[in-house]
Design a protein around this ligand. Structure first.
Ligand SMILES: Nc1ncnc2c1ncn2[C@@H]1O[C@H](COP(=O)(O)OP(=O)(O)OP(=O)(O)O)[C@@H](O)[C@H]1O
Ligand SMILES: [Mg+2]
Length: 241
């Protein structure tokens, strides 16, 4: 792992049952950068996050967080180290209020005292624009607010690295602008961000580097303009002809 890097995948292979999905995935993310990830449906982007957060165990390869190998750590320990995720399809605890959802992130994710967790939850609710809705049951939220809540709950767990899985998917153009403003502000809050998105135009405005995955591998990674202009990305998205 090179200095300045915070996450590193080294030849990771992983899958579900007999299906092999990640077929030797290697890439590194630098501290403080917004690292975009694109690739065709089913190529393994969300699976990569499952491996990183520890919900899926790789069959081989090594995974590093700073200098530490985390391949064998359970999810809650990775969360306490500083890895927080949002889900592609929002997963709020629907029977609980917005506030309690965020508080859960702080209490269980960060493992702080109840007093500290309450302060953290209130701060994060303000930052994500949910303060007025904190007493509403989360099941009653609109999609945009559920996406905000995903972000809020992850932020409450005190991460250094935030993993965003298609935060803009399913939103209208106006809603996308709102969520983008929120994500754009994450850099100023000093998070490292790994951001998977199909709405590429939206994401490109905010990314430092971009990786394109295909068939469980990193096919190209680097300057977003160069990646988007590459033959391999053109082929993947437009077809050879
Ligand atoms: N829990 C699971 N059990 C079995 N197969 C799964 C599971 N989750 C994902 N898959 C399969 O693994 C492959 C990769 O899925 P993954 O969700 O990582 O793709 P993705 O790149 O995130 O796609 P998308 O852009 O559609 O979100 C797909 O073929 C998918 O059907
Ligand atoms: Mg996905």
């Amino acid at each position: 792992m090179r200095s300045g890097e915070i996450i590193s995948f080294d030849d990771i292979k992983a899958g579900y049952g007999r299906s092999r999905i990640l077929k030797g995935l290697s890439f590194s993310v630098r501290e403080g950068e917004v690292f975009g990830v694109i690739g065709p449906n089913g190529c393994g982007k969300s699976t990569m996050l499952n491996v990183l957060t520890g919900t899926l165990c790789p069959s081989s390869g090594r995974l590093f967080y700073r200098e530490k190998e985390i391949s064998g750590l359970p999810s809650y320990k990775r969360c306490r180290l500083g890895i927080g995720r949002t889900w592609q399809i929002p997963r709020p605890f629907t029977g609980m209020t917005v506030y309690d959802n965020v508080l859960t992130g702080a209490v269980h994710g960060a493992g702080e005292s109840v007093k500290q967790s309450r302060e953290k939850a209130e701060k994060v609710l303000k930052e994500t624009g949910l303060a007025d809705k904190s007493r509403i049951p989360s099941g009653e939220l609109t999609l945009l607010d559920r996406k905000r809540l995903e972000l809020a709950r992850a932020m409450a767990s005190g991460p250094e690295v935030l993993l965003l899985d298609e935060v803009a998917a399913g939103l209208t153009e106006a809603e996308t602008k709102e969520i983008m403003a929120l994500v754009g502000g994450l850099r100023e809050r000093k998070y490292t961000v790994i951001w998977i998105e199909h709405n590429i135009e939206t994401m490109l405005k905010a990314t430092d580097r971009l990786m394109c995955m295909a068939d469980g591998r990193n096919v190209i990674c680097g300057d977003p303009g160069e990646v988007m202009g590459s033959e391999i990305v053109e082929e993947l998205y437009l077809g050879k002809d």
